[in-house]
Design a protein around this ligand. Structure first.
Ligand code: NAD
Length: 495
C-alpha cells in the first residue's frame, strides 16, 4: 500500500462528532498487567488542552507494578518467542482490524486528550492501522551461504522483554509503530505512554489483549518517575524511545548500565529548501501547511524555511496569505487546522519564543500575537529573516512559529540546511528534478524528500542522523532492531 498523503492544504472538511458502538468499554482506563485490567490506589488526570477540563482518570503505576509487569513479560516471552512468525503476523493483522472497528472512538478520545483536530485524529488512526498492517507483512528472512563443507547462516532472534516509551504528539501511531515490530519478531513489550496522553494508549493495549496471550503486550500509565524506573530495570533488553533529544540522552545513559539496546527517535529541526523555479502559488501553501500541521508539534514539521533570494519576497507573501487562512480552534470545531498546544509546559515553552520577538527585535511576517483565554492556543507565526544564530533558527520550537530565511545559490542552501546538530528530515522543492536530487543527496538527514515532506512509509526504515536519534524504526531495519543477529557456522561433516 502506498504511503498516505498528509492533508496539508488547510481544508479539514466538516466534522461530525459521534461515538460508535465498538469492542471496548470507554468508561474507564486501566493499566494492563499480565492480561488483567488494573487500577492503582493513586490516580491522576491529564488536561484537555482546548478547554482546560480534566481528562479521564488513569492509574499511576508504582515500582511494584513495574516489577510485576516486567516479570509477566519475561514469562510470556518464553512461549511467544516460540510461536511461528506467520502466526505472530496474523495476530498483528487481527489487532489492526479491531483498531479499524474502534477507529472513531479512538479518534474522538485523541482529539479530547491530545487536542488535534478530529480530521487529523482520524488520519492518525488510519496511519496506525496501516503501520500495523504493513509492518506485519514484512518478512525477516535468514541469510545463508553454502560452501563445500559448511553452511554459514545469519538469523535474527528476538531480544526478550522490550519497553516502548511514547511521546504526546502522535500517541497512537507511535505506540503501534513499536508494538507491531516488537511482537512480530517474537518479543514482548510494555508501553509507557506520555503522562500528557495516557488514555488512548491504555485503550490500545486493552484492545490488544484479544489477540495476544497475557504478558505479551502490556501498558503502564504513570507520572514522571515511571520512565526512569523502566529504563533502569534489569529485565528489559531494549528501550524503544521516541521523544526529545534531551530525554533521549538520559534514556541512553540509564540503559547503558545494563547495556540495553536502544532505538532513539528524537527531535528535529527540518529545513525546506525552495529554489527559484517553483510554482509559488502551489508550493507556498504546502510549506505553510507542513510547518503548522499538528500546531508545529511534529518531529518532522518544517522548522526552517529557506527560499532562494530572487523569489523570497513573493514567496513569503504567498506563505503569509496561506497562513492567514489556517483556522485555529478546538479540534472538535469543523475546518480547524491548528488545535491547541498539547500541554501547559509546551505552551509556556513556545511562548518564550514570542517573548523573544520584542526582546530580539524580530520582524513578524504574520501572527506574532496570541489569542489568550481558555485553552493553549497559539497563532501561527512566521519570523522574517531572523539572525542565523537566533533561538528560532537553532532550536526545535515544537510549536507554530517558524523562521523564514533566504539563500543565494544551491551550495549556500545545502550549507545552511546542514548547519544544525539535528538531522531528522529535510526537503527540496524544485521544478528541475536533477537539480533537486543533487541538492537532496547532499543533505545530512535520515529522511530526505523532493517536492514533498513528511510522507512516511512503514515498509522503509525511519531514523535520524546526528542528535536526532540512534538506529531506525519500521521497515526491515526496524524489525532487525528488535532482534539479536546470530551467525551460525554449520559444518556438514562429522568431526
Ligand atoms: P519527552 O522527551 O519529554 O517525553 C517522551 C517520553 O519520555 C514521555 O513518555 C515521557 O514521560 C518519557 N520520559 C520523560 N523523562 C524520562 C526519563 N528520564 N526516562 C525515561 N522516559 C522519560 O518528549 P515529548 O515532549 O513527549 O515529545 C516531544 C519531542 O519528541 C520532540 O522533541 C519531538 O521532536 C520528539 N519526537 C520525535 C519523533 C521521532 O520519531 N524522531 C516523533 C515524535 C516526537
Amino acid at each position: 500500500m502506498p504511503a498516505q498523503k498528509v492533508p496539508v492544504d488547510g481544508h479539514t472538511n466538516g466534522v461530525e462528532v459521534h461515538r460508535t458502538k465498538g469492542l471496548l468499554d470507554w468508561s474507564s482506563f486501566k493499566n494492563v498487567i499480565n492480561g488483567e485490567l488494573e487500577t492503582t490506589s493513586k490516580t491522576r488526570r491529564s488536561i484537555n488542552p482546548a478547554t482546560g477540563e480534566p481528562g479521564p482518570e488513569v492509574p499511576v503505576a508504582t515500582k511494584g507494578d513495574v516489577d510485576r509487569t516486567l516479570e509477566a513479560a519475561k514469562v510470556a516471552f518464553e512461549k511467544w518467542s516460540q510461536v511461528s512468525y506467520s502466526d505472530r503476523q496474523h495476530a498483528v493483522l487481527a489487532f489492526a482490524d479491531a483498531l479499524e472497528i474502534e477507529k472513531e472512538n479512538f479518534s474522538q478520545l485523541l482529539t479530547q486528550e491530545q487536542g488535534k483536530p478530529l480530521v487529523f485524529a482520524r488520519f492518525e488512526l488510519d496511519l496506525a492501522i496501516q503501520w500495523m498492517r504493513d509492518i506485519a507483512k514484512l518478512e525477516l528472512p535468514e541469510e545463508s551461504v553454502f560452501e563445500d563443507d559448511k553452511e554459514i547462516r545469519v538469523r535474527y532472534t528476538p531480544l526478550g522483554v522490550t519497553v516502548g516509551i511514547v511521546p504526546w504528539n502522535y500517541p497512537i501511531l507511535l505506540a503501534t509503530g513499536k508494538i507491531a515490530p516488537a511482537v512480530v519478531t517474537g518479543n514482548t513489550i510494555v508501553i509507557k505512554p506520555s503522562p500528557f496522553t495516557p488514555a488512548g494508549d491504555l485503550k490500545l493495549v486493552e484492545l490488544a489483549q484479544r489477540f495476544f496471550p497475557p504478558g505479551v503486550v502490556q501498558v503502564l500509565s504513570g507520572d514522571d518517575s515511571l520512565g526512569p524506573i523502566l529504563t533502569e530495570h534489569p529485565i528489559p533488553a531494549k528501550i524503544s524511545f521516541t521523544g526529545s533529544t534531551f530525554t533521549g540522552k538520559k534514556v541512553m545513559e540509564s540503559a547503558s548500565k545494563t547495556l540495553k539496546r536502544v532505538t532513539l527517535e528524537l527531535g528535529g529541526n527540518d529545513p525546506a529548501i525552495v529554489t527559484d523555479n517553483v510554482d509559488i502559488a502551489a508550493v507556498a501553501p504546502k510549506i505553510a501547511g507542513l510547518a503548522f500541521l499538528n500546531s508545529g508539534q511534529i518531529c518532522l514539521a518544517l522548522k526552517r524555511i529557506f527560499v532562494q533570494e530572487t523569489i523570497a519576497n513573493e514567496f513569503l507573501q504567498a506563505m503569509v496569505e496561506a497562513t492567514k487562512n489556517l483556522k485555529i480552534g478546538p479540534g472538535t470545531d469543523p475546518d480547524v487546522y491548528l488545535g491547541p498546544i498539547q500541554n501547559k509546559m509546551q505552551y509556556e515553552k513556545v511562548k518564550t519564543l514570542f517573548a523573544d520577538i520584542e526582546a530580539q527585535n524580530w520582524k513578524v511576517a504574520v501572527g506574532g500575537t496570541n489569542p489568550g483565554g481558555k485553552g493553549y492556543f497559539i497563532t501561527p507565526t512566521i519570523i522574517e529573516r531572523p539572525p542565523l544564530d537566533s533561538r528560532i533558527v537553532r532550536e526545535e520550537s515544537f510549536g507554530p512559529i517558524v523562521p523564514f530565511l533566504t539563500f543565494m545559490d544551491d551550495a549556500e542552501a545545502i550549507k545552511l540546511a546542514n548547519d544544525t546538530h539535528m538531522g531528522l528530515g529535510a526537503s527540496v522543492w524544485c521544478n528541475d528534478i536533477e537539480r533537486a536530487n543533487n541538492i537532496a543527496l547532499k543533505l545530512d538527514a535520515g529522511n530526505v524528500w523532493v517536492n514533498t515532506h513528511f510522507e512516511l512509509d512503514p515498509r522503509f526504515p525511519f531514523g535520524g542522523h546526528k542528535q536526532s536519534g540512534i538506529g531506525v524504526e519500521w521497515g526491515v531495519g526496524g524489525l532487525k532492531s528488535f532482534c539479536n543477529s546470530q551467525t551460525l557456522f554449520l559444518k556438514r561433516n562429522s568431526p
